[in-house]
Design a binder for this molecule. Structure first.
Ligand code: ZN
Length: 304
């Protein structure tokens, strides 16, 4: 009987560790993340034990983003800094290098095996940073976030682990949902053109051919020849819709639509996709799961 009581007591203690956690603000781990998607992972895993700030809000392009004076202050005060890595934050490399010497700075892509990454055709030896578009790949970054939070706050280990396992489940369900949704688009129509090459992982994971106007980074110039090539491609392949992105200028996509019209092919703007930035925090696409759902719904609606 006594053994049974001890067992029950232990189970209750363990359960409460995993579900209830209260900490005053001073005890919480202060986290700064670059993009909203990364901040969202940290919030889901850290929940009540962390305070998370994202540097880049809705509509902000991480390829071009430079840290402001305010950002530098926030970065200096943070306990933990998470960034994407793979040169997504192309203009912040030096800032991270300096901070690395004095605090925990973690590129969350670090845990993904190179064999799972897509090569960047422009810079040999480097990889496409847009890993969040393949939900099953993004899921792998959770490990790095959990391990880092546990290092900073070992007492909350069971809490972080239990939150992480719940979030992994949610993302697995999301990944399966995307697979089912994309099935609604007939094979021959699975072709999408976007403002920049952000959707290669999406295309690989969910079996859609993708083409971007600009390269993997929005830093690359979009020339007249690229425009002519892309117009020809859209006309030849009878692409139904092209997509604008909230973090990239619409100008180039509009020029493409016009170019196709002159060649007698009507291509429509299929909608706005959240590529490198999520929507405002209090909106449906203001968290990672909502962002993926919004994008997939827009894509399926335009192409099916
Ligand atoms: Zn991008």
């Amino acid at each position: 009987m006594r053994k049974l009581f001890t067992f029950l007591w232990l189970s209750l203690t363990l359960l409460s560790c995993g579900s209830v956690k209260e900490a005053s603000n001073a005890e919480k781990v202060s986290v700064v993340a670059t993009t909203g998607m990364i901040a969202d992972i940290a919030r889901n895993i850290g929940q009540d034990s962390v305070i998370v700030n994202a540097l880049m809000g809705p509509g902000v392009d991480p390829h071009l983003y430079k840290a402001t004076q305010g950002d530098l202050g926030r970065l200096r005060q943070a306990d933990v800094i998470f960034y994407n890595g793979l040169h997504l934050e192309g203009k912040m490399g030096e800032v991270f290098e300096k901070l690395e010497r004095i605090k925990t700075v973690v590129p969350i892509s670090r845990g993904i095996e190179t064999s799972n990454l897509i090569d960047n055709p422009v810079f040999q030896g480097s990889h496409d940073p847009h890993i969040w578009f393949d939900v099953s790949l993004w899921l792998k970054t959770i490990d790095e976030v959990v391990a880092t939070l546990i290092k900073s706050d070992p007492e909350s280990k069971p809490y972080y682990e239990s939150n992480a396992s719940a979030y992994r489940n949610e993302l697995q369900i999301l990944h399966n949902w995307v697979l089912t949704e994309v099935e609604k688009i007939p094979k021959e129509k699975r072709l999408m053109v976007t403002a920049h090459d952000a959707f290669s992982y999406f295309g690989r994971a969910y079996d859609i051919e993708v083409r971007g106007l600009q390269g993997i980074s929005t830093l690359s110039e979009f020339g007249l020849k690229d425009r002519v090539d892309l117009v020809n491609f859209i006309v030849e392949r009878k692409v139904k819709a092209v997509f604008v992105e909230t973090s990239v200028s619409e100008k180039n996509i509009k020029a493409i639509v016009e170019g196709c019209k002159q060649k007698g092919h009507e291509v429509v703007i299929g909608g706005n996709l959240f590529s490198d930035a999520m929507s405002a925090e209090d909106t449906a696409a203001g968290n990672y799961i909502g962002m993926v759902k919004a994008n997939v719904s827009t894509i399926v609606e335009a192409l099916k």
